[in-house]
Design a protein around this ligand. Structure first.
Ligand code: NAD
Length: 387
């Protein structure tokens, strides 16, 4: 294990009826709130009504910013920053999925910085201060509700980048499975893939002796594989929604990355794909992860085989590494296909036209990933195999 410090300051408010906790949480930070949300799903499922009624009852001053895009854009972050300054906002309340929460983080950090918020997103300047954020999560997927990371798209530059800071962890997050019941089938599937991919990015670490972290990851993967088929059969299964919600949070709240050098190359490649084609993040991961596994399996098969045996129940006796890697990848692909996830870039009508641009965009450093570090030609090969 690597030496590590672990500190997660987000207060989780989990379960039915937890929205009421806003009454005690919000006043800790002030009484001027920027209410941030997306394209209207919270109006359709009644959450908007509930939140605004509660805030009105609390006599909080509310400024609204709606229309945060899936894959939130820098332009929306800038609009939010301007509103924060204009209305002297004390707290950002993000009501939505990862996109809304990430946008809130961009605004929170950007509002305390004089320059272009893209400088922060591209990590050219560090976050030195941030407004407090609270969240009401409506979609189980990203873990953004309990981590300090955010992914922002600069649409004009066709670039999607992530930044993170201890200062942008939400102060509190309300997780009531009720609000995730309205998530449609496709977004539910993307969420399942995203959660499992987060585990993979940390499971495929480049450190020694992380037995507990690996077992934690396997628990999340197995729990997701038990729950996901049930959930896609019945989107109103409250218990399955509840399980998925907690899994999503723990897949990316720092628990799995304690003491290990994590990978994240596949996320960088997916960000490059969705920066150029604006496809759903989970859909992109479902296509790319199997190809990443196949590719790195040639150099470093051991933990892929471990995954196959422990999570997919593959019998490892008497088989070569090559066969075991392929059986594991196929088991993963079959599972994702069985719940309705895409498996090829062509499912999104993506062909080789911008392949090199995507490979170039993925290279946020000379090499990406740590389990097996990748150069641009490796990324091109993975993208090509995924077409
Ligand atoms: N910060 C992180 O740690 C982190 C990790 C992984 C991914 N991301 C980023 O997060 C973004 C994706 O976030 P996401 O997967 O949570 O999806 P999202 O927030 O983009 O939402 C996807 C869609 O689902 C709709 N939706 C949300 N809740 C709903 C509900 N309850 N009922 C009906 N519809 C609902 C939204 O309106 C939107 O159209 C991407 O930009 C991705 O790169 C961030």
């Amino acid at each position: 294990m690597e030496r590590f410090q672990y500190h997660n300051p987000t207060k989780l408010l989990f379960g039915k009826g937890q929205l009421e906790s806003l009454r005690t949480e919000i006043p800790r930070y002030g009484d001027r709130v920027l209410l941030l949300y997306g394209g209207g799903s919270i109006k359709a499922n009644g959450l908007y009504e509930e939140v605004t009624a509660l805030l009105a009852d609390m006599q909080v001053t509310v400024v609204e910013l709606s229309g945060v895009e899936p894959n939130p854009r820098l332009t929306t972050v800038q609009t939010g920053i301007d509103l924060v300054h204009e209305h002297q906002i004390d707290l950002i309340l993000a009501v939505g999925g990862g996109s809304v929460i990430d946008c809130a983080k961009g605004i929170a950090a950007g509002a305390k910085y004089d320059g272009n918020p893209w400088d922060i997103v591209t990590r050219q300047v560090p976050v030195t201060d941030a407004l407090p954020i609270g969240t009401v999560l409506t979609l189980a997927a990203t873990g953004s509700e309990m981590n300090g990371g955010a992914v922002i798209t600069n649409w004009e530059a066709q670039d999607k980048r992530s930044f993170g800071s201890p200062l942008t962890y939400p102060k509190f997050s309300v997780l009531d499975p009720t609000y995730t019941l309205s998530v449609p089938a496709n977004q539910t599937v993307y969420g399942i893939v995203d959660i499992m991919s987060h585990v993979f990015e940390q499971y495929f670490h480049a450190s020694e002796n992380a037995l507990l972290q690996e077992r934690f990851g396997e628990s999340i993967l197995r729990t997701m594989m038990e729950t996901a088929p049930r959930l896609v059969q019945n989107l109103n299964d409250f218990d399955a929604r509840e399980t998925m919600l907690l899994n999503g949070t723990f897949a990316l709240n720092g628990t799995l990355s304690m003491g290990v050098k994590t990978d994240w190359a596949t996320h960088m490649i997916e960000h490059a794909v969705s920066a150029v084609y604006d496809i759903p993040h989970g859909g992109g991961l479902a296509i790319l992860f199997p190809e990443w596994l196949r590719y790195v399996g040639k150099t470093r098969p051991e933990r892929i085989i471990q995954l196959g045996e422990r999570v997919f129940g593959i019998d490892v006796n008497g088989k070569s590494d090559e066969v075991l890697v392929e059986e594991t990848v196929q088991a993963l692909q079959e599972f994702w296909t069985s719940i309705g996830a895409p498996s090829r870039l062509s499912d999104y009508e993506i062909d080789a036209t911008h392949l090199e641009l995507m490979a170039e965009r993925a290279m946020v450093a000379e090499q990406i990933g740590q389990y097996v570090p990748l150069r641009q030609q490796d990324v091109s090969a993975i993208l090509k195999n995924a077409l």
